[in-house]
Design a protein around this ligand. Structure first.
Ligand code: ADP
Ligand code: MG
Ligand code: ZN
Length: 473
């Protein structure tokens, strides 16, 4: 029997507003516990929430970008449950009338593009955070009331890789939209993965299991691979999948049963009586639409057209808005787009990766990179020298011109000077020259290498080859 897996993701993106969703406390992360709190987010009795308009704008931005339907009338709902980090005894969320419905996210797969449908996206408040220390637990309410956008996909994903790709697409999107930093490791993007298996020919969906507590892209894929294997083995051995919530244990690399799945009715959802329904008029949605930044997919297409990049390269440079801007700013200062693209891929991004840095951490300005590539283009320095100059630029943030001047790295294009060195090399290597004369033409490379060695890599390679060839003849 052949099985296939079916996956649907629920992604919580923390919205990067300055203040919380229903009060004016700061959303700043990392400050002392309980310093960003007030009667509203501490859940004191009798206080009233006031909706943060920016949260709505951010949700609208997402909905428009995801080709979704924007609800003209939506409303908040109470999701009731008890937990020590939830002082009110309920979380204000949206239920039967979310702000965003439908739409899709397009992902890139080796076999082409695929649209992953969205069920909905809704606004809600985050809970506080429990800190466990030996036999005591503390609660920090700084996070209570921080706005979240919960994005729920249709069960359209088929493999762990597709799920990973979908998550990366969402991260890129929320970053481009400047509504969330999308950082899973820091907990500003969290994901619950729903997964089931079924026989390939079967149309009916299998019983799903929800995996919670996954905090990195790598672990989402790993958790799914494990869970799919577990489910298939279970079914093949005549067992039955039970609908449940499982936890991902990243030390053991397994999922563990946490509880049987809760049903929606257990939360006793009902409309939030302390907030009026949310009406979004045409004008508001229109305005958000016209203010939309250029998104990754459009930018990618434009890069292919404007800078003659392959779609693969364009998609690398448009992975983040910051990187795309950086690339474009180099292109503004120097028009050798192909050289820029190659340099970015072979050198620049390699340095970034090696040091685990983000583009925002780089002090070097785009025009400094442009200056370096211009020096190569004009023939002032060789490509090889450029690499060492770049290494120094990276360390010291000095300009390419300065480094080249101070170290005397300017390329030698003086034919007399090169001829002099060629003569010397030929004299010093009579046996090699002899081999050349007997037909072993590939010793040319060795001789040219010797010339380069004498000039510390500074001789113009074309001239070296030309003069060497003349001399040997
Ligand atoms: P629940 O009411 O249990 O939360 P939902 O219908 O709201 O379930 O779906 C939650 C998530 O689970 C969605 O992302 C959806 O795509 C996904 N999902 C639903 N059914 C299945 C299934 N049989 N297999 C895998 N994922 C599923
Ligand atoms: Mg759900
Ligand atoms: Zn507050």
């Amino acid at each position: 029997m052949e099985f296939e897996s079916v996956i649907g993701l629920e992604v919580h993106a923390q919205l990067s507003t300055k203040t919380k969703i229903f009060c004016s406390c700061s959303t700043e992360f990392g400050d002392s516990p309980n310093t960003h709190t007030c009667p509203v987010c501490l859940g004191m009795p009798g206080v009233l929430p006031v909706l943060n308009k920016e949260v709505v704008e951010f949700a609208l931005r997402f909905g428009i970008a995801a080709h979704s339907k924007i609800s003209k009338f939506s409303r908040f709902a109470r999701k009731n449950y008890f937990y020590p980090d939830l002082p009110k005894g309920y979380q204000v969320s949206q239920y039967e009338l979310p702000i965003v419905e439908g739409g899709f996210i397009e992902i890139d797969l080796p076999e082409g593009k695929k649209k992953i449908g969205l069920v909905r996206a809704h606004m809600e408040e985050d809970a506080g955070k429990l800190i466990h220390q030996r036999d005591v637990s503390f609660v920090d309410f700084n996070r209570a009331g921080v706005p979240l956008l919960e994005i729920v996909s249709e069960p359209d994903l088929r493999t762990p890789e597709e799920a990973g790709e979908y998550l990366r697409k969402i991260r890129t999107l929320v970053r481009y939209l400047k509504i969330s930093n999308g950082n899973m490791e820091e907990g500003s993007m969290r994901c619950d993965a729903n997964v089931s298996v079924r026989e390939k020919a079967e149309e009916k969906l299998g019983t799903k299991v929800e995996i919670k507590n996954i905090n990195s892209f790598k672990h989402v894929e790993k958790a799914l691979v494990y869970e799919i294997r577990r489910q298939i083995a279970l079914v093949q051995n005549g067992g039955q999948i039970v609908q449940e919530t499982r936890l991902w244990d990243e030390k053991e690399n397994i999922t563990r049963s946490m509880r049987s799945k809760e049903e929606a009715y257990e939360y006793r959802y009902f409309p939030e009586p302390d907030l009026v329904p949310l009406l979004i008029d045409e004008k508001w949605a229109e305005r958000v639409k016209t203010d939309m930044p250029e998104l990754a997919d459009e930018k990618e297409k434009r890069f292919v057209k404007d800078y003659k990049l392959s779609p693969e390269k364009a998609s690398i440079f448009t992975e983040s808005n910051e990187l795309a801007d950086y690339f474009e700013n180099i292109c503004k200062a120097f028009h050798g787009y192909k050289q820029i693209a190659n340099w970015m891929l072979s050198e620049f991004l390699a340095y970034l990766n090696k040091e685990g840095k983000e583009i925002g951490d780089v002090d070097m300005k785009p025009r400094q990179v442009a200056e370096l590539l211009k020096l190569v283009d004009e023939g002032t320095i060789s490509g090889k020298i450029a690499k060492s100059v770049f290494a120094e630029m990276w360390e010291t943030n000095k300009s390419a011109g300065d480094i080249v001047q101070k170290k005397g790295l300017v390329q030698i294009k003086d034919e007399n000077k090169i001829t002099e060195i060629v003569c010397r090399v030929v004299e010093e290597n009579p046996d090699v020259v002899d081999k050349y004369k007997k037909g072993k033409k590939n010793v040319m490379g060795f001789l040219a290498g010797q010339v380069m060695k004498y000039t510390k890599g500074k001789a113009n390679p074309q001239l070296v080859n030309k003069i060497l060839l003349e001399k040997l003849r």
